[in-house]
Design a protein. Structure first.
Length: 180
């Protein structure tokens, strides 16, 4: 994503959403097969961000055993389990940030907004899974909070192409996200 070159002012952050074993690994509880395809492109964005000293924030599901979300979805990303860990190809470095979440949005009942304000961030580049769920709802909350949004379409994945395209269109039209 060449857009990183424009944001040398330290106001940009890269979000990596839910690139966890329970979403990415073959046969995982809530496998998103396309997630394996975006690992390399996300890794390239992470490397670009590190070179530019752009903060990298991993937002990851970390559910309790009896999470109400499990009425809708199979139990997944239970805090402390292997399924809740970021895949090794994208493993956070010591200077990266990690934000635990229990809902679709990376903002809902998390420390993300406080962290972004502390870092002086005004622009978010959102990557990860699932385009029409966690990425979409994070983009919605980011927009409502006044953040500028970029979605590199080769760094997000959904369960179906239709859902992926729908979410990208929604983010572009409703939240003024730049789709690259």
């Amino acid at each position: 994503m060449e857009k990183l070159k424009r944001h040398d002012d330290g106001k940009c952050a890269l979000l990596v959403c839910d690139m966890l074993h329970d979403f990415v690994k073959k046969g995982a509880t809530l496998e998103v097969p396309e997630a394996r395809i975006i690992v390399n492109t996300i890794n390239k964005e992470i490397n670009k961000a590190r070179k530019k000293h752009i903060p990298i924030i991993y937002c990851c599901d970390a559910h309790k055993n009896n999470d109400p979300e499990f009425r809708l979805w199979h139990p997944h990303a239970v805090k402390g389990t292997e399924g809740a860990k970021v895949i090794k190809q994208l493993k956070p470095h010591k200077n990266d940030y990690e934000v635990a979440k229990t809902s679709y949005s990376c903002f809902y009942k998390t420390s993300l907004d406080k962290l972004l304000k502390k870092l002086g961030i005004t622009h978010l580049i959102i990557t990860g899974v699932v385009t029409n769920i966690c990425v979409l709802y994070t983009a919605a909350d980011a927009y409502m909070r006044g953040y500028r949004i970029t979605i590199p379409q080769n760094c997000v994945a959904a369960l179906t192409r239709v859902e992926h395209q729908f979410a990208l269109q929604q983010m572009k039209r409703l939240f003024r996200a730049e789709i690259t």
